[in-house]
Design a protein around this ligand. Structure first.
Ligand SMILES: Cc1ncc(COP(=O)(O)O)c(C=O)c1O
Length: 385
């Protein structure tokens, strides 16, 4: 079949190629996984089953159930001081649907989107598929991978429409502090930018404080906050997230979504409502587990030849610098898979500024992480002897 001219050259991504190759490796140590290793808590599953038995099996409202939207308002107000009303909330098919609909709603062909990089891989395609142009702004290791307001301002042109921020970050684990956020807010105001604030890892924090960008003065009316149940509640498979944003933007996103997804799975919405009300203690417990894991892996990596690694402030990823090995990030990953049966993701997958790094996920038990670190260390010591 002849594909459209726009998409005829689509190729599987490097990340997908690594995952496919890794799937064929027996006895693999998989540090590539971007989701919690924990299953969804049984009581959340029960809440979904109960809702199904009570008849919640029909089309839900397109914007999402009102009780869930109200609960999301309560959660963000209590935790971060973000005041929103249910009309400003939109329940989506995972957090990933929010930026896609936002770009579709806001971008005219050729409009520019600043991506603070390295970043979640989907953003590059989402901007492109919606007719926009990606303008990357690298976040440097020397700044703990946090973006700089000055660098952002330098990248702005008359076509710049949206600025994407992601804190805590996938893949670096960076958390943007209040001072930097305030500086960025002033830039957004000066240049009339709309801000896409991806906060899907808000609940997984080891250090510092999560600042929700929309709570900064003047930012609520120009920010779309992206939330999700995937990482916080170990609910990746339920495909449920949400956007919090200005009514006019939400209204257009909701309308656009009708022809794409119509609405989000009723039982997942009811499970999410239950989860938001009941899981704070579980989230704290899992964070302590992630903290122990990332500290352990950072410690191990920093004792390996050719590698240095910052401790992440949030998320469950580490982004070690591998330049000391003399290999580029893609070469490093293929080599590690072959030599040590350890899968990690090349930093280049997250944008050009990710070159020289790899992403390691700590969504594995301590014994599996220890085994992966032993294998990696042995391979590196052999190679760099
Ligand atoms: C930074 C970031 N944003 C958004 C998403 C989308 O997650 P979901 O669609 O499962 O909510 C992910 C998933 O890995 C992510 O890492």
């Amino acid at each position: 079949m002849k594909m459209s001219k726009r998409f005829s050259s689509l190729q599987p991504s490097l990340m997908l190629k690594i995952f496919q190759a890794a799937a064929k490796v027996e006895d693999l140590s998989n540090l590539g996984i971007g989701e919690p290793d924990f299953d969804t808590e049984p009581d959340i599953i029960e809440a979904a089953t109960k809702a199904g038995m009570e008849g919640f099996t029909h089309y839900p409202p397109v914007q999402g159930y009102l009780d869930l939207r109200k609960e999301i308002c309560r959660y963000w107000s209590k935790k971060y001081g973000l005041q929103a009303d249910p009309e400003e909330i939109f329940i989506t098919c995972g957090g990933i649907q929010c930026p896609d609909l936002l770009f579709q709603a806001l971008l005219d062909p050729g409009d520019e989107v600043i991506l603070t990089e390295p970043c979640f891989t989907a953003y590059f395609q989402q901007v492109e598929y919606n007719g926009g142009k990606v303008v990357p702004v690298p976040c440097h290791e020397k700044n703990g991978f946090a973006p700089s307001a000055e660098d952002i301002e330098k990248a702005i042109s008359p076509r710049t429409k949206v600025l994407m921020l992601n804190s805590p970050s996938n893949p670096t684990g960076a958390v943007i502090d209040r001072k930097t956020m305030e500086q960025i807010a002033r830039v957004a105001e000066r240049h009339d930018l709309f801000v896409l604030s991806d906060e899907v890892y808000e609940s997984i924090l080891f250090e510092g404080k999560h600042i929700s960008f929309a709570t900064l003065p003047g930012m609520k009316e120009r920010t779309l906050t992206v939330g999700s149940f995937s990482k916080s509640h170990a609910m990746t498979g339920w495909r449920i997230g949400y956007a919090i944003g200005p009514r006019d933007v939400i209204r257009v996103m909701v309308t656009l979504s009708i022809v794409k997804t119509f609405s989000v799975n009723t039982m997942a919405q009811k499970a999410a409502l239950y989860a938001l009300k009941t899981q704070d203690q579980k989230i704290r417990e899992r964070n302590e587990i992630y903290r122990e894991r990332v500290n352990y892996v950072a410690g191990r990596l920093n004792r390996m030849p050719g590698i240095t690694c910052l401790k992440p402030m949030g998320s469950f990823y580490l982004f070690p610098n591998i330049t000391g090995t003399g290999m580029a990030s893609e070469e490093f990953c293929w080599w590690l898979l072959e030599e040590a049966k350890v899968a990690v993701i090349p930093g280049i997958c997250f944008g050009e500024s990710g070159e020289g790094y790899v992403r390691i996920s700590c969504a594995l038990s301590m014994d599996k992480l220890a085994r992966a670190m032993d294998r990696m260390e042995e391979a590196l010591r052999k190679r760099l002897r």
